[in-house]
Design a protein around this ligand. Structure first.
Ligand code: PCA
Length: 233
């Protein structure tokens, strides 16, 4: 009797998703709530591994690099809260500057220091940010490309991620040979926005679904789409 031929299965992929601790007197951070809701989720042939990062300059990058060393992911997506934004915003660029408008969770407030000394001024995300924004909108979720991740701990970890990828290229699977990474900012949760009348917010279920779509698109789209994500100012 001949055995049914089993299809040659592709190797599994690992996705590292990170969110942050609450900061700036908040009790909750939507980035961690949405990221942890996806821990263990299967997206295509990838498994999501969620990790919480401290909202502390320096420590955040150390925690990220440790998680990358442990998991050896093929895709890393860091997520943070951008209170006041109304949309899911994949970030285009990480800049080599720390300039805290507020102190971090350890009380540090660096002003005009490089994230990494003697390193490039900036790195671009290697995620298909425009395809992600397109796919989110197609799913009925407001989204746009952002051209600045700010100068606080989110830009800091984003820069640390891209610098790590640039300096430690890790061969992934044959069809995803390059480790890719990027950052997405997400709005307040409704319970946070309720304390700031007029502030926009998005439900946890919508933001979790948005991150699931972002990961699926990042895994599927190798070459970003050419449609504008620019702004006049
Ligand atoms: N948002 C902050 C840091 C942590 C977070 O969730 C930022 O945008 O820099």
């Amino acid at each position: 009797m001949t055995q049914p031929k089993s299809p040659r299965s592709s190797p599994p992929l690992r996705v590292l998703l990170t969110g942050f601790d609450p900061f700036d007197r908040e009790a909750i951070n939507p980035s961690w709530e949405a990221v942890r809701a996806l821990d263990g989720a299967k997206i295509g042939r990838a498994t999501v591994h969620a990790r919480q990062m401290p909202c502390v300059f320096g420590d955040a990058i150390e925690a990220l690099v440790n998680a990358m060393d442990e998991l050896k992911p093929q895709l890393v997506l860091c997520v943070g809260q951008a209170g006041g934004r109304s949309e899911i915003t994949p970030e285009r660029i990480a800049i080599n500057i720390d300039d805290g408008r507020i102190a971090d969770n350890a009380g540090h407030q660096p002003i005009d220091l490089p994230v990494v000394a003697d390193a490039p001024a900036a790195y671009f995300s290697t995620l298909p940010i425009k395809a992600i924004a397109r796919d989110l909108r197609a799913a009925g979720i407001p989204a746009s490309v952002s051209n600045s991740a700010g100068t606080f701990v989110c830009n800091h970890i984003f820069y640390g991620l891209m610098h790590r990828i640039a300096t430690h290229p890790i061969a992934g699977s044959s069809d995803l040979p390059d480790l890719r990474g990027g950052f997405i900012h997400i709005p307040y949760l409704p319970e946070q926005a309720a304390r700031f009348p007029g502030a926009p917010s998005m439900s946890l279920a919508t933001m979790t679904e948005a991150l699931r779509i972002a990961v699926a698109t990042a895994l599927a789209v190798k070459q970003d789409v050419a449609e504008t994500g620019g702004q006049l100012h």
